[in-house]
Design a protein around this ligand. Structure first.
Ligand code: CTP
Length: 472
């Protein structure tokens, strides 16, 4: 099998080959780069393994380029990196690794290429291509990774229990690759994930969350989440999501399985956006449902206030998952809190004021909110979905009309606090807030238009009710 390198890649690899021959060190391309080349996925990073000192090889390779790229190296790990434009190459000596049962820190010793391939996670990631002068380009595939690529199968090169015990994060990597590549996980490998799931506890949260985010960014993220659930890993890494699972019945009345509903919403959202945080909002939109679930006689199942409870859970979940506690978290929280609002506007006799209030509360995130809300319309009954979507379209039109008239979305108060203080000679104080709030409420209620003149007149009226005197 010939691997189709670009002319630029071939030029670079020939130079590496020369440098390695000069040092008398056999070297190989290995891992994800080889896999992605065979699959035909775009790839930018290449890993080179050599039977010698990776740092020394990197220096020798750098000398072949003009200008000479800097070599970044880590003596403790024996790795070195050079960047050629946006192409990143990492060099390392072939290793044998063994892990102790309680720690992620491997004991590393120099090894053969075979040792190095043995210690890799999956057969599809253990393929190597020789960069020797004589056998340049030869594929070395001791575990039939090529066959697994063509069968679209993920399995470990060694006994799965051994491979997963070496680094339990690999269980999540298997699931992430299944999602990214749309490959299946071999039955024996999957059984080992189930058996070993509890060992994920020794892996750092950062590495786990990195995989969750990669799963989240897959074309169809539900695949990975569902496998996480079925493997037992989800219960350990994100139990609140597992709480969504299941449909309970009382007197023959059931509710939908909110875990699978959430996955459906997530996939629909992912068709519309590649934004990680909007996808997280889809995952979390109903997270408050288990805590608010009730069976009410005559009504059936209710989840009153789940959006409020869910929004409160967002920072806690972000903290636990070590996701950033920044504006993105606030965005997710806001979308969870507001996710029912657009749909509640599909009822009849909705006033402009209700529409204006939603525009005000959602602000610049109104489009993201509508996207979530649209994705949230799932039902087995196609007629129902069609009707909801039609109603939803009407709300979207109303929002647009009201926004065109009133420009509420990026609302800035037409009268500022400074102006109020100046006009009435006030320090920052309660009456200033009262007047500002009254103006905002009057605009949202449609009592006055969203304009300076009208707001100014309203301010004077409000001030006189408060017995304030203008000072100029
Ligand atoms: N690897 C491994 N076990 C891990 C992580 C990595 O065996 N826990 C090996 C695999 O051979 C992998 C290579 O190291 O192909 C490079 O790892 P990494 O860059 O994390 O993954 P890629 O396979 O390149 O995929 P991606 O860049 O999508 O993460």
């Amino acid at each position: 099998m010939e691997i189709a390198f670009t002319a630029k890649e071939t030029g670079i690899f020939r130079k590496i080959s020369e440098a390695a021959a000069g040092l008398g060190v056999p070297c190989y391309l290995i891992g994800g780069f080889v896999r992605d080349k065979i699959i035909g996925r775009p790839t930018k990073d290449a890993d080179i393994v050599c039977l010698g000192d990776g740092i020394e090889l990197a220096h020798a390779v750098a000398a072949f380029f003009d200008p000479k790229p800097p070599v970044a190296y880590f003596k403790t790990f024996g790795t070195a990196q050079i960047k050629l434009g946006d192409f990143e190459i990492e060099f390392v000596g072939a290793r044998r690794e063994s892990y102790t049962h309680t720690s992620r820190k491997p004991e590393v010793a120099p090894g053969t290429l075979e040792d190095d391939q043995n210690r890799r996670d999956f057969t599809i990631n253990a393929l190597a291509v020789s960069l020797g002068k004589e056998d340049f380009g030869t594929l070395i595939d001791p575990f039939n990774g090529l066959v697994d690529i063509s069968n679209q199968l993920i399995q470990t090169p060694l006994e799965p229990l051994q491979t997963f015990s070496d680094d339990p994060l690999r269980m999540m990597r298997a699931i992430r690759f299944a999602g990214q590549l749309q490959f299946a996980i071999d039955a024996k490998t999957f059984a080992a994930i189930k058996e070993n799931a509890h060992r994920i506890r020794i892996v750092s949260q950062e590495r786990i969350t990195d995989e969750l985010n990669k799963i989240m960014l897959c074309e169809k993220p539900s695949v990975g989440w569902d496998l996480l659930y079925k493997s037992g890993l989800l219960k350990l890494v994100f139990p609140q999501m597992v709480d969504l699972q299941g449909a309970e019945y009382v007197d023959g009345k059931g509710h939908k399985d909110n875990f699978y509903h959430t996955l459906q919403v997530l996939d629909k959202m992912s068709e519309k956006t590649a934004d990680l945080w909007l996808r997280w909002a889809a995952v979390l939109h109903d997270i408050g449902k288990p805590a608010t679930k009730k069976f009410e006689e005559g009504h059936g199942w209710t989840f009153h206030g789940h959006e409020v409870v869910g929004a409160k859970m967002v920072p806690k979940i972000f903290t636990r998952l070590k996701l950033p506690l920044n504006d993105k978290m606030k965005l997710v929280q806001k979308l969870v809190l507001l996710h029912l609002r657009p749909i509640s506007l599909t009822k009849e006799n909705i006033t402009d004021s209700a529409i204006r209030r939603l525009l005000f509360d959602a602000g610049e995130d109104i489009d993201a909110l509508l996207m979530l809300c649209n994705s949230d319309i799932t039902s087995k009954n196609e007629q129902k979905v069609k009707r909801y979507l039609q109603n939803f379209e009407l709300v979207r039109q109303r929002l647009q009309e009201v926004e065109e008239n009133d420009r509420i979305r990026n609302w800035q108060p037409p009268i500022t606090g400074e102006l109020i203080m100046q006009k009435f000679g006030l320090p920052p104080s309660k009456p200033v807030g009262i007047i500002k709030d009254a103006i905002r409420e009057a605009i949202l209620d449609g009592i006055i238009p969203n304009e300076y003149e009208a707001a100014y007149a309203f301010m004077l009226q409000k001030a006189s009710e408060l017995n304030l005197q203008a000072v100029e």
